[in-house]
Design a protein around this ligand. Sequence first.
Ligand code: ADP
Ligand code: MG
Length: 514
Amino acid sequence: MFILSEDSQRTQGRDAQSSNIMAGKAVAESVRTTLGPRGMDKMLVDSGGDVVITNDGATILNKMDIEHPAAQMIVEVADSQEEEVGDGTTTAAVLAGNLLGEAEDLIEQDVHATTIVEGYHEAAEIALEAIAEQVDEADVDDEILQQVAESSMTGKGTGGLTATSLAETVVEAIRHVETDSGVARDNVTVHTQIGASSNATELVPGIIVDEEPVHDAMPAEVKDASIAILDVELDVRTGDVDAEYAIDSIDQLNAAIDAEEGELKGYAETVADSGADVVFTTEDVADRVATALANEGILVFEGLGDSDAREVASATGARRVGALEDLEDEDLGSADRIHTETFGDDDLAFVEGGAAAETVTVFVRGGTEHVVDELERAIEDALDVVATALESGEVVPGAGATEIAIADKIRQEAAGIEGRKQLAVTSFADAIDVVPRTLAANTGQDPIDALVDLRAAHESEGRAGLITSGDEVSIDDPFDNGVVDPADVKREAIESATEAATMIARIDDVIAAE
Ligand code: ADP
Ligand code: MG
C-alpha cells in the first residue's frame, strides 16, 4: 500500500540521521575560519552581483542561500543568537556543528539518539553552572563595558586605534539611553556615511535623516526649533481633471494669478502663524511655496519617508498632521538644534536634542561602502553586547577561557554519570573544546598544543585564554587583558546550539514532498 505520492522522497534510519548531520556540520564549518580576532572575512556575491564582505556569522549564513532543512536549522541558531544577544553567532554555529559531529560518532558507537539528547541536555546544564562560576566579581563599569565593546569588534576590520575610540562611542551611546527600567536599545540608531576615515565616526545627540532643505535661501541651522510634521502637499490645488480656463482679459488673468499667489502665500502664513520654524512633510512642496516659506525664514524638508517621519515625531514629540488648517500649537515638537550639512553628494539633516525621547545616533564614517557596511554591523553588535552586559551586569572571560572552564567542569561531573549517557556528556565537552581550538587555529597556533597549554594554565590559575594583542598571541588571564564577553552571549550560544543539535540528532525519517 502506498500512502505517499510517487514524487515524494523518503530517507530513513541512519541514512536520514547522517545526511542531516552532514548538512548541519557543513554549514557550521563554513564560518569556522571567521572566528576570533584573527578570523578571516568572506566575500559573498549574490545572483544580482551585489557584493558583501563580512566577518559576521549571521550575515554570512543568511547570505549563503542555504536550502537543506537541517542546514537551515543551524542558520536559525545564528539568527536567534543575533536576535537575543546580538553577538556570538559564529561561536553558536561552530558549537552546533561540532555537537552534531560528536553525535555522529556516538551513533556509530551504537549510542541511541535519545541517550545523546539526554546527555547533551545534562551537559548544557553543567555548562551554565560553569558560566555562572566564571562571572566577574567586579561591577560592570564603563571600563569593563568598553572592553566588552572592543572584544566584540576585534577582527571586524576596525583597526587598532579605531576600535578603542569606537568602543568609547558605543558605551557613551548606551549610557545615554539607559533608564531606570533598563536600556532603551532601540533609541540608539546607526547612520552610515561614506567619505571620511572610520576615525571620524562620532556620536550625534539625536537623529539623522537623509534630507536637504527645499530652498537654498532657507536657514542651514535653527536653534530651539519648533517642528511641524505634515502629510500635506504644499502646492496649488489642481482639479481632478485638466480644466481649461477661458481667460479673455488681462484683468481676469491677473485675478487668477493673484488668487494662486494668495493661496501659496496662505500656506506660508499658516505655517508661520502656527509657530513652527522647521517643517517636515511627507509630500511635495511647490517651488513658489518654498520661496514664500524661505521668505518667512522657515526651514522645510519635503518627501520624507514614512519611517523617517515617525522617527522625527518620536524624537521631537511632534504630531503628524494631515491637513494644514488642522495644524495647531500642540502638534508641534521641539528640538535644541536642527541643522543641515552636505557630505559629498549627500545632504543630511541633524535633529539634535529632541524634547520627547533621548535618542542618539552613531554617525559611522568610512572610506567606501563596504567599509562602512561592515563597520555598521560591528557597531550594531557592539551596541547589543554592551546593552546586554549593562542590563545583566554579568561578564565572563573571553578568548576561550570560559569554554575551557566549561569543558573542564563537564568532564569532572561526567565521572559521576552512569551508563552510555556519560559518553554523550563527555562528547559535549569535546565539542566545546572546538571554540578555543578554532581560536588557536585561526591565529596560526597548533590547536592541540594550545588546548593542552590552556588546560594547564586553567588548572593552575583558574582563568586562561588565548590572548591576541597586536601581533602577539599568548596564554594569559583575559580579564587582565580586557578580553571580556557578556555572560548571556555564552549562555545563549550553549542553549541554542544544544537545542538545534539535539533536534537534528533525533530525526530518523525525512519525508520530502516534491
Ligand atoms: P562571534 O560571531 O562568535 O562573536 P567573533 O569572530 O566575534 O565570533 O569572535 C568571538 C570570540 O573572539 C570570543 O570568544 C571572544 O572572546 C574572542 N576574542 C575577542 N577579542 C579577543 C582577543 N583580543 N584575543 C583573543 N580572543 C578574543
Ligand atoms: Mg563577535
